[in-house]
Design a protein around this ligand. Structure first.
Ligand code: COA
Length: 357
């Protein structure tokens, strides 16, 4: 897996998320002055208009964070009507700053809304992930300080999730954006929802809870092999040897658990992986752990509720969606999306009045 030619392992080890975001969007790693300017621009756009805050108030306390996130991203379209002029490169750039700057704020506000806590305004002296953690978890006074190891682990998880070719949501971003809709509504259309895209990390936790202890793993695997369900967090449409992101996430998990203490689910996950990788069924079908196998365990150890997992995916993926959108808009051959329909219904026939049907 590479972004613009650079192996994901090198980027995860050596870059910050914003550096990778610049690479994904503009094609090259930024120089120092470019990175500074880019970071300043993103930081400048982290605030939400107060009316956005008010519209969040309209959601029920138990609304799913992803539903609130998607709706609030779409609502930005009402605040920035200038965004409609998508053929102007400067206008596009401004919306890119706005979206990347604001998605952590929106995510944190959705989370605080579910808890009934007051919103915490962005702090522009903090890094992208530290600021996000601050908006999520600061309670009274300026006493919260994000743990730097956890902030770095989150940064790495964000790097791993920035883009991933023509998956369901990237494809949606291009399709919705092809009507020249503004990027706020296109992003809302693309944003992940549903258990088949971005939801597997939550399902992995459910599965590990269901297994409960290491001695029950063999029986669970037999059940899967007999065709009762799937091993969640295993298998991938494209990766048929190993998902390179899973290896990096495993490393990040170690860093996180040194701070938070070991999530007991990790031991079950490690043993499940070991047994599955030695099993003929999984070997033959080339089924290996994917990115979601360990990410949920890490997020949970960091204190995130599983309902937030897709939102945590959507924050960095906004970068990928915008890169896909920008590329699509700039493509001179691009037309409005219209998949070819193969009609298999009736041929032409005469109308039948209702009493004769
Ligand atoms: N557990 C058990 N068996 C699995 C499996 C899993 N996680 N994933 C695939 N298989 C089996 C299929 O049943 C099929 O077996 P068969 O040949 O005997 O019918 C074979 O492996 C090929 O699977 P297929 O459905 O063709 O793979 P795919 O590329 O279409 O699906 C996924 C990819 C990711 C949708 C699929 O592996 C899956 O559902 N995984 C679990 C959910 C998950 O982790 N999603 C996150 C992806 S990042």
């Amino acid at each position: 897996m590479r972004y613009r030619g650079y192996p994901i392992e090198q980027l995860a080890e050596k870059c910050s998320f914003l550096e990778v975001a610049y690479l994904v969007l503009f094609g090259e790693l930024p120089t120092e002055p470019e990175l500074k300017e880019w970071t300043d621009k993103i930081t400048y756009h982290t605030m939400l208009h107060e009316s956005t805050k008010k519209s969040l108030e309209g959601f029920r306390h138990d609304a799913h964070p992803m539903g609130m996130f998607i709706s609030t991203v779409a609502a930005l379209s009402t605040i920035y009507p200038d965004a409609r002029n998508v053929l102007d490169p400067e206008v596009r750039k401004l919306q890119i700053y706005r979206l990347i700057g604001k998605v952590p704020t929106i995510a944190a506000y959705c989370y605080r809304h579910s808890l009934g806590f007051p919103y915490v305004y962005p702090d522009n002296d903090l890094s992208y992930t530290e600021n996000f953690m601050n908006m999520l978890w600061r309670m009274v006074g300026p006493m919260y300080q994000a743990n730097s190891a956890l902030a770095r682990a989150l940064d790495i998880l964000f790097i791993l999730h920035a883009d991933h070719e023509q998956n369901c949501s990237a494809n949606m971003m291009r399709s919705a954006g092809s009507s020249q809709a503004d990027p706020f509504v296109a992003t809302a259309a693309a944003a992940l929802s549903g258990p088949l895209h971005g939801g597997a990390s939550k399902e992995v936790l459910k599965m590990l809870d269901e297994i409960g202890s290491k001695d029950r793993i063999p029986a669970y695997i037999e059940q899967i092999k007999a065709g009762h369900g799937k091993l969640m967090g295993f298998g991938h449409r494209i990766y048929k040897n190993y998902d390179p992101r899973a290896r990096i996430i495993k490393w990040a998990a170690d860093q996180v658990f040194q701070v938070t203490g070991r999530n007991p689910k990790l031991d079950i996950a490690l043993e499940l992986e070991r047994i599955a990788l030695e099993d003929e069924y999984f070997i033959k079908r080339k089924l290996y752990p994917n990115v979601d196998f360990y990410s949920g365990i890490i997020y949970q150890a960091m204190g995130f509720d599983p309902a937030m997992f897709t939102v945590l995916f959507a924050i960095p993926r906004t970068v990928g969606w915008l890169a896909q959108w920008q590329e699509m808009i700039m493509d001179p051959e691009q037309k409005i999306a219209r998949p070819r329909q193969i009609y298999i219904g009736h041929n032409v026939r005469d109308f039948v009045s209702i009493e004769k049907r």
